[in-house]
Design a protein around this ligand. Structure first.
Ligand SMILES: Cc1ncc(COP(=O)(O)O)c(C=O)c1O
Length: 366
């Protein structure tokens, strides 16, 4: 018997998410020393975590035999104070990826459709497909979201619109005025997800006042993460802000203990460490300039980015990717995003960026 036939056709046709190659895997494959490998493939924070967050994790380890607080009271309280929302408007997730899945679980299914952009974050297509819903992928404009075309693509079956602002892997951003015009055009029966995983990397003047829009647009869901500027990718914690009724539906399909206890305390501590986030922002900006200058010196083009990564056109990207791997540098090919000539590099420390640029120059000469 062909066991793959046991699942519905829409599950069988999913192509799995391709994560960045782990350091340990590259070390095994090429016989390299792990400490000499530079990984700039998953948009993680090269600064690690701050001392206060570290202390909170250390203090929580003694209670690891107990289940976490399934309602995440302390973290929700901290988030509600920070953003001026009710605790009933917050949904916590095992990374914001989990929150995206909860949206798909709660609002999608066979006979329904979801709208997203070409080159948008891969999880939107995956989460849509896994629920047997139909995908409506809208052509990008200048690598970014064409929100006018997205609004026009909404059909009678549409229940979710996914939009990443800034987007991964292109780094493009829809400015506040255009975004709000779009929010206004999305019918109330459609959940509009604005995924703000890279929000903290935007200059304060460029951030859309999306939290204040929640009061006016009950179908709006914002998702954010502690994996990027807060440096907690390995612990897995993210959240959604939404109307209480929408949050309630998402909580009904959530696993009771979806966020682990270390993640809960670490996120609450990290949220308080404003200086760490401010430095992450500033160092990212410097690193971005360093990589842009290096790319310019190599005669390469890139997509202007508002995130903590840069997507650079290198030509035969798969080949260049492999040459970089042999030099101990892991970046992300984005052929699966219909960008076969680009590689996405995460902004690292100044030293890591230098290693990447040196290895890139050598790989292009090879
Ligand atoms: C746009 C976007 N959304 C969501 C995520 C998910 O991140 P996490 O599950 O670690 O919060 C990512 C991760 O790269 C992302 O780029």
């Amino acid at each position: 018997m062909d066991l793959s036939e046991l699942s519905p056709p829409y599950v069988r046709s999913i192509s799995p998410y391709q994560p960045g190659k782990p350091i340990s895997e590259l070390a095994r494959e090429f016989g390299l020393e792990e400490r000499k490998i530079v990984k700039l493939a998953s948009n993680e924070n090269p600064r690690g975590i701050g001392p206060r967050t570290r202390a909170a994790i250390d203090a929580a380890i003694v209670d690891i035999a107990r289940y976490p607080d399934g309602n995440g009271y302390e973290l929700k309280l901290a988030l509600s104070k920070r953003y001026g929302v009710e605790m009933s408007q917050i949904v916590l997730g095992n990374g914001s990826n989990d929150v995206l899945e909860l949206i798909a679980l709660a609002f999608l299914g066979p006979g329904r459709s979801a709208v997203y952009s070409q080159h948008a974050f891969a999880v939107y297509a995956l989460a849509t497909q896994a629920r047997g819903a139909r995908s409506i992928a809208v052509r990008a404009a200048d690598f970014g979201h064409d929100v006018e075309a997205m609004a026009a693509a909404i059909d009678d079956d549409t229940r979710v619109v996914w939009i990443a602002n800034p987007n991964n892997p292109t780094g493009t951003m829809v400015p506040a005025d255009r975004l709000e015009a779009f929010v206004r055009r999305v019918p109330e029966r459609v959940i509009l997800v604005i995924d703000e995983a890279y929000n903290e990397y935007l200059h304060a003047n460029l951030r859309s006042p999306t939290v204040s829009w929640l009061r006016r647009y009950p179908n709006l869901v914002l998702t954010r993460t502690f994996s990027k500027a807060y440096g907690l990718a390995g612990l897995r914690v993210g959240y959604a802000l939404a109307h209480p009724s929408v949050a309630d539906l998402m909580n009904r399909v959530r696993q009771p203990f979806n966020v682990n206890s270390l993640a809960l305390v670490a996120a609450a501590a990290a949220l308080d460490d404003m200086e760490f986030v401010a430095r992450s922002y500033a160092e990212n900006l410097q690193g971005m300039r360093q990589i842009e200058e290096g790319a310019r010196a190599l005669g390469l083009e890139w997509i202007a980015s508002y995130g903590n990564f840069l997507t650079i056109r290198v030509g035969r990207a798969q080949e260049v990717y492999k040459r970089l791997l042999r030099r101990g540098v892991i970046v992300r090919p984005v052929g699966g995003y219909e960008l076969p000539e680009h590689l996405r590099v995460t902004i690292g420390t100044a030293e890591e960026n230098e290693r990447f640029l040196g290895a890139l120059a050598a790989s292009l000469r090879e």
